[in-house]
Structures are given as structure tokens and as C-alpha cells.
Design a protein around this ligand. Structure first.
Ligand code: G3P
Ligand code: MG
Length: 270
């Protein structure tokens, strides 16, 4: 395992990842957010994917439409035609009025045109885990067929990850953990995952080392505090998901892990 999150053939991803496109600086999970995150130098983005009533994968964090669109109620009850007419930007501010919900195929085109990478969090609507895992994996395999770097699929839902694996076993997967569990590494292995993506409050050096010993990369969400970020990098973290695309911009531009840069600088200074 390469230390300090360096990309290699099995793990081509950068260590800085923008949460929901650009954190809270733009309407989450919209194209405007990805654009802003990219302007701040991020090369990889986390976002949340679920299905419309007619099985179209699109980006939305919540089960309901109310917080981040001008729609109401459970998103999964609407077909894409109705979802596509909603305003997913005005809630954030007038500058983003009219920003639409983003379908996975549109995201795929935009990211690949710019050579950007993505961590697709499979976020099933209630009771829709298996169908969401399967359909998202099928769409990803088709939409990113020509891409050298495939999206990293992740989920809190074991059922969704299992369904994604059965549908498209070659796509890279990661298990999301809001709470650390003693069998975390075994569970990840049983799902054929390459990585754990763990709530930052649950991580320490020992758990990162335990995952590394099991051959797993360790990513964390959502770190917005520079001193917490430094602690985790020095503990061996491989990837960090942040809202603060403005704060961590310089490191993101370098595309490198600050802990490693620190060590390299120390070596140069002697
Ligand atoms: O994928 C990491 C993180 O996004 C998981 O939590 O609620 O922000 O989707 P949430
Ligand atoms: Mg998410």
C-alpha cells in the first residue's frame, strides 16, 4: 500500500474531494456546484445519487425535495420529467435561481469533458436500495465506458453496494460508515470494496492503520477544519471530503497530500 494516499494503478484518485460539488458555497449536487468546485482547483467530487419514479439516476441528498428545491414531498414519487422542471438553485440564493436538478448522464458528460473524477454516493430512497444500486451501476458502466478513471461508488447501504457489485463487479466501491464497527474491514471485504469512507469523528491513527493492514484505503467526511485535516493526514488518511473548497484550495491545486509535501520540504531543507 502506498503511504499518504498517493495515487497508483489501483487507486487513481486525488486525496482532496469536494463534498456535494462545492460544499455550501453553491447549491449542492448541481452543475453550478461542480463548476465552482472545479474553479477552486478540485479534481474530484462527492455527490448523492438516487432514482426518480421512472428509474432515472439523478443527484439529490435528501429523501424529500423541500430543502433544496421548490418541489415538495418524496422525490422518488416523481418521474424525471417532473423533477427536471424544478428549481434546485433558488433556495441557496438569487444568483442560482433556475439551476435544475442534475441527471447522472449530464454529470457524466460535464465531468469527463474536463477530466474530472467523481465519488458517487448511492443514496437510495427508502426501500429502494437494491434497485438503486443495480441501476446506478449499470448507468455508470455505460456512461463512463471510455473513461480511464471510473467513478468510485460508495454507500451506507450494504444492499445497494451488493446490488452494484452484482450488476457491475468491476466498478470500484467503498463502504460508508457513519459509526465505526469492529468488523468494518471484514464487511468492506465481503462487499469487494477497495476503501472505507468514515465519518471523521470516528477516525484515529489506529483505525486507519487497521484498515491499511487489511489492504483498504481510508477516506473521511466531512472535514472543514484545517487542524483536524492535518491530524488526519498525519495519521495516514488517503482521502478527505470537504465542504470548504475555498479554504483548502491551495492544496487541492497541488493535488497532493499536505503531510507528504511537509515531509518532502523537510527533506529538501535537510
Ligand atoms: O459520502 C460522504 C458523505 O456525503 C456522506 O454523508 O449525508 O453528506 O451524504 P452525507
Ligand atoms: Mg453524500
Amino acid at each position: 500500500m502506498t503511504p499518504f494516499g498517493s495515487p497508483d494503478a489501483n487507486w487513481p484518485y486525488p486525496c482532496w474531494i469536494a463534498h456535494r460539488g462545492a460544499g455550501k458555497l453553491a447549491p449542492e449536487n448541481t452543475l453550478a456546484a461542480f463548476r465552482l468546485g472545479a474553479e477552486h482547483g478540485f479534481a474530484m467530487f462527492e455527490c448523492d445519487v438516487k432514482l426518480s419514479a421512472d428509474g432515472e439516476p439523478f443527484l439529490l441528498h435528501d429523501t424529500e425535495l423541500d430543502r433544496t428545491t421548490n418541489g415538495q414531498g418524496v422525490a422518488a414519487l416523481l418521474k424525471w420529467d417532473a423533477l427536471s422542471r424544478l428549481d434546485a438553485g433558488s433556495w441557496h440564493g438569487r444568483a442560482y435561481a433556475g439551476e435544475p436538478l442534475l441527471r447522472l448522464d449530464a454529470l457524466s458528460r460535464s465531468l469527463q469533458a474536463l477530466g474530472l473524477m467523481v465519488n458517487l454516493e448511492i443514496k437510495p430512497s427508502t426501500g429502494d436500495d437494491v434497485r438503486t444500486g443495480r441501476i446506478v451501476a449499470q448507468h455508470v458502466a455505460r456512461l463512463w465506458a471510455q473513461a480511464h478513471v471510473k467513478p468510485l461508488l460508495s454507500s451506507f447501504s450494504v444492499e445497494a453496494l451488493q446490488a452494484a457489485r452484482e450488476a457491475q463487479p468491476e466498478l470500484p466501491r467503498a463502504l460508508l460508515l457513519d459509526k465505526w464497527v469492529s468488523d468494518a474491514t471484514d464487511l468492506a471485504h465481503s462487499l469487494g470494496c477497495l476503501a472505507l469512507v468514515v465519518n471523521q469523528t470516528q477516525l484515529d491513527e489506529q483505525r486507519i492503520a487497521q484498515a491499511h493492514e487489511a489492504g483498504l484505503r481510508v477516506l473521511t467526511y466531512t472535514v472543514n477544519d484545517p487542524s483536524r485535516a492535518s491530524t488526519l493526514w498525519l495519521s495516514g488518511l488517503d482521502g478527505l471530503i470537504t465542504d470548504r473548497v475555498d479554504l483548502f484550495e491551495p492544496q487541492a491545486r497541488l493535488g497532493a497530500n499536505p503531510a507528504r509535501l511537509m515531509f518532502e520540504a523537510e527533506e529538501l531543507i535537510g
